[in-house]
Design a protein around this ligand. Structure first.
Ligand SMILES: O=C[C@H](O)[C@H](O)COP(=O)(O)O
Ligand SMILES: C=C(OP(=O)(O)O)C(=O)O
Ligand SMILES: [Mn+2]
Length: 448
């Protein structure tokens, strides 16, 4: 457990979804730079998160994990990071206050730059080029030059992640996330949306509770700062391997590119490189499980990735789709539970519900997203297991990428503000609306 396999031996196992770099010397140069770069996170912070996820595993806390499908370098701006953080804080407050359950907060940010794709190529108007694989790998522009994988981008990922995390740390500990700001997070859109008004009412209740606490002289640290953690899919081996380091306190390897890293649906082969690398690190980790996952697959993954069965180490993020979850999930949860495996169960209601609108935009319907979460809660309720969390693709901006929701966004509206470079995200109102739905589900679960 304490050794780190070398990069060549990982590649020898076969690694899905890797860039085909044309220039080996350039890869070497980028990896050399990354190997000496300071850690982005401290191993002790990863251990703290494992403890929090152990509480999720035990049914004592709920995980909220969200952010872009794909971050972009251009998106590393104060406004963008703040807006994303703000909607996550708002969602967390709704979940905590309405359901009275502690919420563990993880952003899909500060490292979420590499994308697995269903096709290696993209064709537009009869022209075929390599697919865009995230800013970590190549450019989004549809030109032959831009689509060539460039390993220097991995160094750019490191720098962009460092800048993002620095700002997130400043916001979450430096006053922005102070609970007294709960109303100001709402700002402008409160006037225009019923969900915003619902939030405003909740913020008012929190505010008077805080006033009461202040009056009796109680002012704990928890009111002024929040614990917030970073996460991304551990996809490009060169990057994750270069940032895997031996922690001097424990002598154990940690991937210091983020607090929590996960293995995607397309790279979860039991004997593949991603499972191997993540089996050696001590961070809390996740695995995405789609509808083709058998219970035996999940049990084998848990045995390899969490041989000591440590609670909080392993999170299974199921992404079945609204139509499949009620039939497919029970057997998985039942058998994993019967095998005595300690895992947190988290619902990704996004990736099983993607479709292409007639206008050509990739989209998701808010109603399908909400229905998959309801299915997830229903299955766990039937089995007596804990629906541990929500993993969503969202943005703090008023984009038009997913249809439906209270604003009744239609397919024909998608073009007005479609900004994602990969999958469609819930916008700010849809995100908050989902949080209110989930708070209801959680409230009836927690108190049943
Ligand atoms: O975010 C997840 C995947 O990268 C994405 O769903 C794949 O999308 P594609 O089918 O457009 O390649
Ligand atoms: C690639 C993703 O998901 P999955 O691996 O579940 O398809 C993602 O989370 O963006
Ligand atoms: Mn995605």
């Amino acid at each position: 457990m304490s050794s780190i396999p070398d990069l060549a031996s990982l590649h020898a196992l076969g690694a899905a979804q890797q860039p085909s770099y044309p220039d080996a010397a350039a890869v070497e140069a980028a990896v050399t730079t990354l190997r000496t770069a300071p850690p982005l996170v401290f191993a002790g912070e990863c251990d703290d998160l494992t403890e929090k996820l152990a509480a999720v595993t035990r049914g004592e806390a709920f995980l909220l994990q969200g952010g872009d499908c794909a971050e972009t370098f251009a998106g590393v701006t104060a406004d963008n990071v703040r807006n994303k953080l703000r909607v996550l804080l708002q969602m967390a407050v709704v979940l905590t206050y309405a359901a009275k359950v502690p919420v563990v907060k993880i952003g899909r940010l500060a490292g979420q730059y590499a994308k697995p794709r269903s096709s290696d190529e993209e064709t537009r108007d009869g022209v075929t080029l390599p697919a865009y694989r995230g800013d970590a790998v190549n450019g989004y522009d549809f030109t032959p030059e831009s689509r060539i994988p460039d390993p220097q981008r991995l160094v750019d990922v490191y720098n962009a992640s460092a800048a993002t995390l620095n700002l997130v740390r400043a916001f979450t500990t430096g006053g922005y996330a102070d609970l007294r700001q709960v109303s100001t997070w709402n700002t402008d859109f409160v006037r225009s949306s019923p969900i915003g008004q619902r939030y405003e009412a909740l913020a008012g209740e929190i505010q008077s509770a805080l006033d009461f606490m202040a009056a009796i002289g109680a002012d704990p640290d928890e009111f002024h700062r929040v614990d917030f953690h970073s996460s991304h899919e551990a996809l490009v081996l060169e990057y994750e391997h270069a940032l895997t380091r031996i922690d001097s306190r424990t002598n154990q390897p940690y991937d210091v590119s983020g607090h929590f890293v996960w293995i995607g649906e397309r790279t979860r082969q039991l004997d593949g490189a991603h499972v191997e690398l993540l089996s050696h690190i001590r961070n809390p980790i996740g695995v995405k499980l789609g509808p083709t996952t058998s219970a035996d697959d999940a049990i084998a993954l848990a045995s390899k990735l969490n041989p000591e069965n440590t609670p909080g180490r392993l999170t299974f993020v199921t992404r079945f789709g609204a139509k499949k979850i009620r039939d497919g999930l029970p057997e998985l949860v039942e058998k994993v539970t019967a095998a005595g495996l300690q895992v947190a169960w988290v619902c990704d209601p996004m990736h099983g519900n993607t479709f292409t609108a007639s206008s050509g935009y990739k989209t998701r319907a808010f109603e399908d997203v909400a229905d998959e979460v309801q299915g997830f809660f229903d299955v766990h309720r039937q089995l007596g297991t804990w629906p541990g969390g929500l993993h969503v693709e969202l943005t703090g901006d008023d984009v038009t990428e997913c249809v439906g929701g209270g604003e009744e966004l239609a397919e024909m509206d998608l073009g007005s503000r479609y900004e994602s470079v990969c999958d469609p995200r819930l916008n700010r109102v849809q995100s908050l609306e989902l949080a209110f739905h989930v708070a209801e589900m959680l409230r009836s679960t927690a108190h049943s």
